[in-house]
Each structure stands twice: as structure tokens, then as C-alpha cells.
Design a protein around this ligand. Structure first.
Ligand code: DX5
Ligand code: ZN
Length: 233
């Protein structure tokens, strides 16, 4: 199985979000970003309840699992991750990130994801403070800080989330565990350096990769080149 823990923690990783892809040609689109040098693939799942939008579900993931060996970084923007995590893992999700603001007990979701054989992350919406996450940090493989309100692609990057990214980075360094720090929403070649300087090592990018007029390879190369990994000190 693909394992997010095998991806470097001391390098900038780019995770294109398929939300910005042309769904009529989804297989080709995924191969296009894989060939263009992305590090993993970000899958945005929305339930029309936790967020005011509906996107993809397990059947789509099992279809694309057949054509891609990329790590599937699955972002569940749903109210009841406890009920659905295992279904997504069975469909081919390698990694599950759920929201701390969901209806479930985080410990129960973490246990369910691990029991189903995947790695696990927790995401925070913009208004949720970093400290709420700290009790769970020694049990997870990834933290996802939203840099837009979840629900839609193509929104503007919230630079005011950088202190929160920094606070999480410092806490990860303090506990000394291997935890990826991912940012999601409005990331492009202009702001990626700022996110990396705050301590993020994993960059979700939908619009700026799939819809870049210069092409995906140049978009991904630009993200890799602009951002510098921040070590613990
Ligand atoms: C927003 C999603 C993001 C988003 C990223 O709710 O979680 O992954 O689609 O897309 P861009 O890069 O277009 O903001
Ligand atoms: Zn996402």
C-alpha cells in the first residue's frame, strides 16, 4: 500500500487537488499531473452538510485507483467521518484527513482509520485555533491547515493563517514526531514560499496546477522551487 509516512518530511511536496481537474477526462488529468512531477494526489470529499458543496465519493476513488499509483491524500469535509472512513479506504484511499470540527470524537476516528489500514490526519478550518489539535498530535501522521474556508476550489489564500501554521510546526518540532504539515486553499507560486517559511512541507494546489496556462509541469516545478523546507531548530 502507498504510505504517506514514506514521503520525505524535509522536502516540499506538491499535492494537486483534482477538484480543479476536467472531470470529463479525469484519468488523463491525473496522469498529466503525475507525469508533471507531483508527489501525491489530493482528493476533496464534500457531503453538502459539513460544507455547502458536494463532490466525489467512493466509486470515483475506486475507479481512479485502477489508473494511478500515486498516494491518495483524501480530505474528508464531511460531518460523519467515523461512518465513512473505512468505505473510502476500501475504495482506495491511502490516507484519510478528517476535520476536528466534524461530529465525531477524534480519537474514535483515528482508531477507525488505523484499524482499516490507512494513515490519518486532522484538518482545522480557519477559525479553529491550533491548540485544539495539540492533544491529538502524537497520534496522527498529518495536520492540514485550511488556508480558505473549506467548500470550494479557486478561493484566495488567507495569509493570516500563517501564525497558525507556525504554531503547529513548532509543536510538531517540540514533540519530535514525524508529522506532515499540509496547507490547502489558494496556494500558488506567489504565496507558497510564505507557507513553507511558516513550516508547511505539503502544498495542496488545485487551480494553480490543473488550470495553469503554462502547464502542470511548470506549475509544479515553480511550487517546488519557490518553497524552502523549514527545519526544526
Ligand atoms: C477546498 C479544498 C481544496 C481546494 C484547493 O475546500 O479542500 O483542496 O479545492 O483548490 P485551490 O488550490 O483551487 O484553492
Ligand atoms: Zn482539500
Amino acid at each position: 500500500m502507498n504510505d504517506i509516512r514514506k514521503l520525505a518530511l524535509d522536502k516540499i511536496l506538491v499535492a494537486p487537488s483534482i477538484l480543479a481537474a476536467d472531470f470529463a477526462r479525469l484519468g488523463e488529468e491525473i496522469n498529466r499531473v503525475a507525469d508533471a512531477g507531483c508527489d501525491l494526489l489530493h482528493l476533496d470529499v464534500m457531503d453538502g452538510h459539513f460544507v455547502p458543496n458536494l463532490t466525489i465519493g467512493p466509486p470515483l476513488i475506486s475507479s481512479i485507483r485502477k489508473i494511478s499509483s500515486l498516494v491518495f491524500d483524501t480530505h474528508l469535509m464531511i460531518s460523519d467521518p467515523l461512518k465513512y472512513a473505512e468505505i473510502f479506504i476500501k475504495a482506495g484511499a491511502d490516507h484519510i484527513t478528517f476535520h476536528l470540527e466534524s461530529d465525531n470524537d477524534p480519537g474514535a476516528v483515528i482508531d477507525a482509520v488505523r484499524a482499516a489500514g490507512a494513515t490519518v490526519g486532522i484538518s482545522l478550518k480557519p477559525k479553529t485555533p491550533a491548540e485544539k489539535l495539540f492533544p491529538w498530535l502524537d497520534k496522527i501522521d498529518l495536520v492540514l491547515i485550511m488556508t480558505v474556508e473549506p467548500g470550494f476550489g479557486g478561493q484566495s489564500f488567507m495569509a493570516d493563517m500563517m501564525p497558525k501554521v507556525k504554531a503547529v510546526h513548532e509543536q510538531i518540532c517540540r514533540i519530535g514526531r514525524p508529522v506532515h504539515l499540509e496547507v490547502d486553499g489558494g496556494i500558488d507560486g506567489r504565496n507558497v514560499a510564505e507557507a513553507a517559511a511558516a513550516g508547511a512541507n505539503m502544498m495542496v494546489a488545485g487551480t494553480s496546477v490543473f488550470r495553469n496556462p503554462a502547464g502542470a509541469a511548470s506549475a509544479i516545478a515553480e511550487l517546488h522551487a519557490a518553497a524552502k523546507y523549514l527545519p526544526c531548530n
